[in-house]
Design a protein around this ligand. Structure first.
Ligand code: PMV
Length: 349
């Protein structure tokens, strides 16, 4: 029955970059100035759930984010819809007999919800666009490489198309066909690795990543240096540390890369501040903690917001959480103080 709506629901987890993506060489295709590497969280942790319905009776494409209808004409959203429909049409023209009969001309209704604060620098766009592209692909019977489409929704989204440790290879081609995500190791590779999120603020970030990157590319010479001379070697070292499960090497590269990313934000003119005083206190705490034990047991990383993402090994979780709770007691009265404490112990397996 062609009038019966077809409905598909999928989830996609957040990914946390340990080598950061910051800066585009092509705004429209979303091609980065450097490669990046991230860890995708476990499916049941921070994630987006998207339902796509399609029916002959729908008059137009529509989208709801966290229950509120949003503008479907958003250019990145349009890129994803267009690319999925293009692939579906191509498969049909190639005469793939396994294709289902969902009408390509049918309009879609999309509902997407996050189980964490949107746009607080917790990679909500990454999980969101990865989930959207994956769900649309299922609806229209498209298979195969999809990270290149997710990338056109939000750069970091291409990395959420795979689990475990994932690199986004910047590529060289002008058309972006080789700017894709690739799994380095599956999530089962390093089962002792743990991720904690220290929520310093659940508010929306003041400067979005799109405009922040533009200003950085235009004004920061540190960013140019980073992309050309720092990240290429760092990618090799990071992949090696992950493969060897060398926590101190992984942790030190992660912290240095987060620090350099925020230094390029400071080098941007006018400067961009994503870290708050609470973030700085978390950074100091991590360094004091590691120094106390005479080894690197814990690492921090921060994206475009003040919330800390902590990497550690399973055996150190209770002790580190205790240290955080000691220095940042929950429910402190101060208005600008930490609002919540570790919200999630995201296991990787
Ligand atoms: O994909 P976007 O536009 O949300 O940019 C993400 C940028 C960072 O989160 C700061 C770094 C990264 O690699 O995820």
């Amino acid at each position: 029955n062609m009038d019966k709506p077809k409905i598909v629901t999928c989830t996609a987890p957040v990914n946390i970059a340990v080598i950061k993506y910051w800066g585009k060489r092509n705004e429209e295709l979303i091609l980065p100035i450097n490669s990046s590497l991230s860890v995708t969280l476990h499916q049941d942790q921070l994630k987006t759930t998207t339902t796509v319905a399609t029916s002959r009776s729908f008059q137009e494409d529509r989208i709801w984010l966290n229950g509120k209808e949003e503008d479907i004409t958003h250019p990145r959203l349009q890129s994803c819809l267009r690319e999925i429909r293009r692939l579906a049409r191509k498969r049909r023209n190639d005469g793939d007999p396994s294709l289902d009969s969902t009408g390509l001309s049918h309009k879609v209704h999309i509902c997407s919800v996050n189980n964490f604060p949107t746009a607080a620098g917790l990679a909500s766009s990454a999980a969101g666009f990865a989930c959207l592209v994956y769900t649309l692909a299922r609806v229209f019977g498209v298979e195969g490489e999809l990270s290149g489409i997710a990338r056109q929704g939000s750069g970091s989204a291409c990395r959420s198309m795979y689990g475990g440790f994932v690199q986004w290879i910047m590529g060289e081609k002008e058309d972006g066909k080789d700017s894709l995500a690739q799994q380095v190791e599956p999530q089962t590779h390093w089962p002792e690795l743990r991720i904690l999120v220290v929520v310093a603020s659940a508010e929306r970030k003041p400067v979005g990543s799109t405009s922040g990157m533009q200003t950085s590319v235009q004004t920061s010479c540190l960013l140019k240096h980073r992309a050309q001379s720092v990240v290429p070697e760092r990618m090799v070292e990071m992949i090696d540390a992950v493969r060897r499960k060398d926590f101190p090497a992984f942790a030190e590269l992660t912290m240095k890369d987060s620090n350099q990313f925020h230094a390029t934000c400071l080098d941007t003119y006018p400067p961009i501040f994503y870290l708050s005083s609470v973030s700085h206190q978390v950074i100091s705490l991590v360094h004091r903690y590691n120094k106390h034990y005479g080894e690197t047991r814990v690492a921090y990383t921060f994206d475009a917001g003040p919330n800390a993402v902590i990497f550690t090994l399973e055996q150190h979780v209770p002790e580190f959480v205790q240290a955080v709770q000691h220095f940042f007691p929950p429910d402190t009265n101060g208005e600008d103080f930490i609002k919540g404490l570790p919200v999630s112990h995201a296991a990787l397996s």
